[in-house]
Write a protein that binds this ligand. Sequence first.
Ligand code: UT7
Length: 330
Amino acid sequence: MLKNKQQYAQITAIGGYLPTQKRTNADLERLSDTSDEWIIKRTGIKERRILEDGLATSDMAVAAIQELCTSYQKKARDIDAILIATSSPDMPMPSTANIVCEKLQLSNVWAFDLNAACSGFLYALDMGAALVETGRYKNVVVVGADKISSFVDRTDRSTNILFGDGAGAVWLEPSPETGILDALLLSDGKGVDYLNIKGGGTQYPYDATDWNAEHRYLKQDGKVVFKKAVTAMSTACKELLQKNNLSIEDVHWLVAHQANKRIIDAVGKELGIEEQKALNNITYSGNTIAATIPLCIWEFKHQIKKGDLLLLTAFGAGFSWGASLLQWNI
Ligand code: UT7
């Protein structure tokens, strides 16, 4: 692989948080017309985590950052910038990142949110890497966090089976050697009608009328999203590898957005990667939107070795999608 940057951003620590409360397939059998057998066969999911009422996305982001700090002896006061990728902010204003700073007692940090739905972590990782590469920021924390359960109708079997809450965080620092190598990130607004939460914004503000109430929950056309996700993620991965003169045999681990085990398997098959190299943790956490990729890496961090090449890929509402290549440095 060619060294193509003067300064890289490398991941020097990773942390995660999953709420303790579980929503199992048995719970969903009681809430809607579905079955444990159907859910496992069609999604690979057995349970998802649900954040308790009264807590918000920022609480999970803070917990993930604190877990990272404890595990890697990092100090929150050293952070220069925090990027929170989320589609379920605590509130429209201020940003969840601002609230995270307050909860971590930080007042000198450049903090902002980035919304690219399920691709949010990859978008934010590239943004965070760029901040480090400029040399102006030395300690950048990138978080994927979503309390998506606030937008999922518990009784809607077309969505309740998939989604759960969680947060994952990485710490980026400069390195002259290697780190985040490249990324390919894309979007196409033609996807808006196939996956969305329309309510609560300026087009459909909450005002308790029936007209707006129907837009309160996450809606998706699962079949369309499924097909698009497989094609878009596989194509982005192939293009990114080709651009970097790499082949799938060079990749040690594929970490695809954890949307559905069948999607993860289909992307792996399309790329021709060995099955054991395609990581998945969807069975016990479901689709946690922007948090799936950092949470999956976090869960497998003891298997990933220093120097391993990781190929990350995501697809989500918008549509938004992409892939990232990085060399693991921990
Ligand atoms: O991060 C991006 C977010 N979203 C996604 O990635 C979603 C991607 N899509 C999917 O994961 C899948 O499309 C779903 C899991 C949502 C649905 O699976 P599917 O294999 O596409 O099922 P389907 O919608 O084609 O439905 C097949 C059958 C239908 O019955 P008939 O018409 O064959 O009799 C559905 O009515 O399964 C029925 N069905 C269910 N049955 C039990 C649909 N949902 C359920 C359910 N439980 N939850």
